[in-house]
Design a protein around this ligand. Structure first.
Ligand SMILES: [Zn+2]
Length: 207
């Protein structure tokens, strides 16, 4: 596939893993808004300084600023995989102006499954190792493989917090899904399937 790709999907759908593999195997430049923001701020560019002012005040960085940063980052790139961007319709429309996408992969996953997956995460507070009771179990029940201490659930991984995050995600992404579907660019892939099957379906959709 040539051209740019957008990945949409809720937290827990496996976007990160999929993005990494697609970039390695198909040669996409993997770009998340967070990475772009951090790089601009770290380099102290004019855009980065402006963005930091919003972030320091705990405000959202405005669409125009995000777009300007993405635009400067993708200049000259032929195959970019956008992960976590665009987040708003304004961003999607802005992106069309300088880097039209040729395909949008929407990883769909039901709210209950997102909650089930993410609330299974555990962390070791001693060494920081991450586990998932569904997919990456510790050897001993709920204890760290390295330190042997009892694993804990982070507040962010509590079901009620995940449910709120999902609702925010759904409110933000529904208009984007409609926007790209109307343009005939959307490919929906069921993210509840095993990861390898999800990957193969995405590959087929891109070929
Ligand atoms: Zn540990």
């Amino acid at each position: 596939m040539s051209g740019h790709l957008v990945l949409l999907g809720p937290p827990g759908a496996g976007k990160g893993t999929l993005a990494k593999r697609l970039s390695q195997e198909l040669g996409f430049l993997h770009l998340s808004t967070g990475d772009v923001l951090r790089a601009e701020v770290a380099q102290g560019t004019e855009l980065g300084r402006q963005a930091k002012e919003y972030m320091d005040r705990g405000e959202l960085v405005p669409d125009e600023l995000i777009l300007a940063m993405v635009r400067s980052r993708v200049a000259g790139e032929k195959k970019v995989l956008f992960d976590g961007f665009p987040r708003t319709l304004a961003q999607a429309r802005g992106l069309e102006e300088f880097a039209p996408v040729s395909r949008v992969v929407f990883l769909s996953l039901a709210r209950e499954e997102v909650i089930r997956r993410l609330s299974s995460r555990r962390v070791c507070l001693q060494c920081g190792a991450l586990y998932n009771l569904l997919t990456q179990r510790p050897r001993e029940d709920e204890r760290c493989d390295h330190c042997g201490v009892k694993l804990v659930q982070r507040d962010d991984d509590k079901p009620e917090v995940i449910a709120r995050r999902y609702d925010v995600y759904e409110r933000e992404s529904a208009p984007l899904v409609d926007f790209y579907r109307a343009r005939g660019l959307l490919v929906e892939v069921d993210a509840s399937l095993p990861p390898e099957e999800v990957y193969q379906r995405v590959r087929r959709a891109l070929s």
